[in-house]
Design a protein around this ligand. Structure first.
Ligand SMILES: NC(=O)c1ccc[n+]([C@@H]2O[C@H](COP(=O)([O-])OP(=O)(O)OC[C@H]3O[C@@H](n4cnc5c(N)ncnc54)[C@H](OP(=O)(O)O)[C@@H]3O)[C@@H](O)[C@H]2O)c1
Length: 271
């Protein structure tokens, strides 16, 4: 049985622990605080604060600490231990090239899952190449769906998909408040909006054309839908959504650049 370790078993790391277990690996997970270690143990896996031990004992290494904690993590692991390991980083912003220089002789992939892993519906982007590709893909397929992308898509992915659950939740809240304002009890409105969201997603997937075609199918001349759409236009909802993803993506690039440069300075001695 192969061993997989998760370095930094926090929110996302805990989903990765579950993914490892579902794929039949022996799993070791690490954390710093007693609280994290106790939580990890409750997932039914070995918990330790010894990252070097976890890497030494594993063929597959998942890195899920916050990017700013990576220098401390990396310095706690002797460089020679990375040789021959299959490493997958889910850290936002830390580039493959940087990871490969720190973990010399490892096969390195980057993945960007999202918090919908909690219901096994993570939408995960993966980048990197090597013989471990299928293994990496099936690991993330066990917590949702996977997309293989070029690394230059990772920042916008972080915005659209990583932050996406927050944006969609905000939209849901707005629709619910609109129904409440029109006299519907909140619980009923919330449940109905979630059903509309799920139904529309399925409808759009099935339709395969452009979403405005589905929109136009429910838009009767002088009817109720066109009045609502006009309000959305007047309030610039579409422009706001475009700006939402654009600015979030710009921030992902800014933060990525900062953290990547810091890691290169601290671990690789770049000036
Ligand atoms: N949250 C998301 O939606 C999301 C989505 C995609 C990717 N990511 C990426 O996933 C990573 C983790 O994010 P998160 O939200 O899961 O953060 P988190 O909940 O704070 O988890 C990070 C974990 O790392 C542990 N840790 C920190 N330094 C460590 C060290 N030296 N040795 C061992 N464990 C250490 C922390 O343990 P202690 O608490 O004990 O210090 C904590 O449990 C980030 O790099 C982020 O960019 C997050």
């Amino acid at each position: 049985m192969k061993t997989l370790c998760v370095l930094g078993a926090g929110t996302i790391g805990s989903f990765l622990v579950k993914a490892g277990l579902s794929q039949g690996y022996r799993v070791i997970a690490t954390g710093r605080s007693e609280r994290t270690l106790l939580r990890v143990k409750s997932l039914g896996v070995e918990a330790t604060n010894d990252n070097a031990y976890a890497v030494r004992d594993s063929e597959i290494v998942l890195i899920s600490v916050k990017p700013q904690h990576f220098p401390e993590l990396a310095t706690s692991i002797p460089r020679g231990l990375w040789k021959g390991k299959l490493v997958i980083s889910v850290m936002a912003g830390v580039r493959l090239d940087t990871l490969r220089k720190v973990m010399v002789d490892a096969q390195v992939f980057r993945a960007m899952p999202n918090v919908n892993a909690v219901v096994n519906m993570s939408t995960t982007a993966i980048t990197g190449e090597g013989p471990g590709r299928e293994l990496v893909d099936s690991l993330f397929r066990s917590i949702g769906v996977t997309y293989w992308v070029n690394e230059d898509m990772m920042d916008v992915w972080t915005a659209l998909v990583g932050s996406g659950p927050a944006f969609v939740s905000e939209i849901v809240d707005g629709l619910v408040l609109g129904a409440v304002s029109s006299g519907m009890p909140r619980d009923l409105a919330y449940s109905a909006v979630l059903d509309v969201l799920k139904g529309t997603a399925e409808n759009l997937k099935n339709h395969k054309g452009h979403p405005v075609e589905v929109r136009d199918n429910v838009t009767t001349p002088a009817g109720t839908t066109i009045r609502g759409l006009k309000a959305m236009e007047e309030r610039g909802v579409k422009a706001a959504l475009i700006e939402t993803v654009e600015s979030s993506s710009r921030r992902a690039s800014e933060l990525g650049k900062l953290i990547d440069e810091r890691i290169r300075r601290e671990l690789l001695g770049d000036s």
